[in-house]
Design a protein around this ligand. Structure first.
Ligand code: SF4
Length: 630
């Protein structure tokens, strides 16, 4: 290491650092927060450092070439469930071309614990910042260690391989997270580097989470003390960011935003600066419904919140106990929802967010959510449960206790699962480990839950069956799945049978890993299609058969129900709002979800074109134009 002395301070000769930032949706458009935070912390805590920072880069065709050309001495990146596979491919290539470059990975998605030989299998990785580590503190100490030739034991949060790389060591140097000195003016001090056309900021006003939900891996760590960024620094950041960039979205990535009263002031400061922003709160507080209501009221009033997400995860109390989920009681969630619905009937939208197949869940608890959706007129979303390697649920004891069965599958409809080749081109999907069985449900149950979920996410969230459920005053998902679709006959039932067979082949018989691309070429449609899109297609090819079968099933004599079914048939078929069915009944009561079909049909939006709308749902998932299918 070359050194130079200036004003009595030792400066180390320059070497460069490249930070790879990969977010499948917003890499280019998001202000590179972490990259700046690293630099600011190093400026404040290791001013004599002479490391130079290359521009933060994301994945593109030229990623590898850029790295090779700039020859950084150090590469940093954060690994998440959506980026792990892509980064591993890329970093291996980097090391081939630049064997002297030190490669360090951080982020919550780490495999070294579940596979101690991970360093041996990944010889191109030099060091890891522990999954709950504070990257700024780690990197500051790491640069000093590299500059001075110090042991990695001096670098807090450092994980490094044993000599034969068959195991790992952890630095014994402790770091008090509560003592973390948040760097100031993270954005303003690097204004000259912020040259992108940014429209999004992922912002943290606190780090870490005191809870320990067993399925979760979270940057900054769980089950740990929370470090709050000083309010004055946050207000400075807000002022600078919103004065200098034309941001459209402000993503608050705290685990428990709203937990302390000052979070309300943060929202007020953002509103005062730009009331047109969209704000998303990734992790609302799990304990303070009063703060949360106030925050949501402010945001809804200014139309800054798209949807209130009620992350209840499961309805089964047993499952909630098993996953150690700390949350607001359901009644508190619902009272916030009702208060917002009352005060902002035209603006407020809400949805439940759940996870499929947690331990303790059953088929009954799975179907319970639709009763709630129906009762409270809400949409819903449900994630498949990916077993994340640093989550407590991945521990051997937990897997054994709850008899967790994992299946490695490809889920190409999930944009976070694409696999890239070494030059950053998307080539296919990577397999992910999802849970398909526990002590409380079988694989067969899981298949039912999965297929109903695909169907519900298409039909419920697009208002296709919600109006019927409202009219009938009950959840009808179960009947549609078990009794109506299988008996539609013709191609509609054939499509459903193919989907069922495909899913059984993957989940029970392991004939293939590709869960979501279903080959329907045995029908007149010569395509591979995703399950959600298959349900869309199934409806589009014969909406009359679909809705009249529902009428037949629930009450042949019910004229009002028949009128509603005709209304819905027309809603699907009608090319323009002016052709909407005129009914003697008012079908618009309690039907508003998230701006789905029914909403447009009732409102008569001039942009309303249901076929286009549904073909959007379809083509998003097939990349095949609807016209070429139907
Ligand atoms: S899911 Fe949220 S509340 Fe639970 S441990 Fe993770 S970050 Fe904390």
């Amino acid at each position: 290491m070359t050194k130079m002395v200036k004003s009595g301070i030792i400066y180390h000769m320059t070497k460069s650092i490249t930070y790879i930032n990969y977010n499948p949706l917003t890499s280019e458009l998001a202000v590179p927060y972490l990259w700046l935070s690293f630099q600011a912390h190093i400026e404040e805590n290791y001013p004599e450092s002479a490391w130079l920072w290359n521009e933060s880069i994301s994945f593109s065709e030229s990623t590898l070439a850029t790295i090779i050309e700039t020859k950084p001495a150090l590469i940093l990146t954060s690994m998440y469930t959506w980026s792990y596979d892509k980064l591993i491919v890329l970093l291996k290539e980097v090391k081939k071309h630049l064997p002297d470059t030190t490669i360090i990975v951080g982020g919550p998605h780490q495999i070294y614990k579940v596979n101690p030989a991970w360093f041996k299998e990944h010889p191109f990785i030099d060091y890891v910042c522990r999954e709950d580590g504070y990257g700024e503190a780690f990197l500051t100490a790491m640069l000093k260690a590299l500059d001075e030739g110090l042991s990695m034991d001096t670098v807090p949060f450092c994980i490094y391989p044993t000599e034969n790389r068959l195991n790992y060591k952890q630095a014994t140097t402790e770091y008090l997270k509560r003592g973390f000195k948040w760097p100031s003016k993270v954005f303003e001090r690097f204004a000259n580097k912020l040259t992108g056309d940014y429209n999004t900021i992922f912002y943290e006003s606190s780090r870490g989470c005191p809870y320990k939900c067993t399925y979760c891996e979270w940057s900054g760590g769980t089950g740990d003390k929370v470090s709050f960024k000083p309010t004055e620094l946050i207000l400075e950041d807000i002022d600078f960011l919103l004065s200098n960039f034309n941001l459209k979205a402000f993503e608050i990535i705290d685990a428990n935003f709203g937990i302390i009263p000052r979070d309300i002031d943060i929202i007020k400061a953002i509103i005062a600066k730009n009331p047109k922003l969209k704000i998303n709160i990734a992790g609302p507080t799990k304990t303070n419904s009063k703060h949360l209501l106030e925050i949501y009221k402010l945001l809804t009033k200014h139309s800054m919140l798209d949807t209130q997400t009620l992350a209840i995860q499961e309805t089964s109390p047993e499952a909630l106990k098993n996953i150690l989920r700390k949350n607001l009681p359901l009644e508190d969630h619902m009272s916030i929802h009702r208060a917002l619905q009352e005060e902002f009937p035209e603006k407020h939208l809400a949805e439940f967010e759940l996870i499929l197949g947690l331990p303790g869940a059953t088929l009954d608890s799975f179907f319970d959510i639709f009763k709630l959706c129906n009762k409270y007129h809400m949409a819903y979303s449900r994630h498949k449960w990916k077993l994340l390697p640093t989550s407590p649920a991945a521990a051997k004891e937990y897997v054994e206790e709850y008899q967790i069965k994992v299946l490695s599958v490809e889920l190409p409809e999930d944009v976070t699962n694409y696999r890239f080749n070494e030059v950053g081109t998307m080539v296919d999907t990577s397999a992910v480990d999802i849970v398909v069985g526990t002590y409380s449900y079988s694989k067969e149950d899981w298949i039912t839950m999965y297929l109903v979920d695909c169907m519900a996410q298409t039909y419920y969230n697009n208002d296709i069956i919600q109006p019927l459920a409202n009219y009938l005053g009950k959840d009808i998902i179960k009947d549609i799945y078990y009794n109506i679709i299988p008996n539609l006959g013709g191609v509609q039932s054939q499509l459903f049978d193919i989907l069922m067979e495909h899913t059984i082949n993957v989940v029970e018989l392991n004939h293939s890993k590709d869960l979501s691309r279903v080959d329907i070429s045995a029908t007149k449609f010569k395509i591979l299609i995703y399950p959600k899109a298959l349900f869309s297609l199934l409806l589009l090819i014969n909406p009359a058969n679909f809705f009249l079968s529902i009428h037949k099933f629930y009450g042949k004599e019910d004229k009002k129900l028949l009128d509603l079914c005709h209304f819905l048939i027309q809603m699907i078929k009608s090319p323009k709002a002016k052709d909407l069915v005129v009914s003697e009944y008012k079908w618009d009561t309690k039907a508003r979800l998230r701006g789905g079909l029914y909403h447009y049909a009732i409102k008569g939006s001039k942009n309303y074109d249901p076929k286009e709308y549904l073909s959007g749902v379809l083509t998003n998932y097939t990349s095949t134009k609807l016209e070429s299918i139907l």
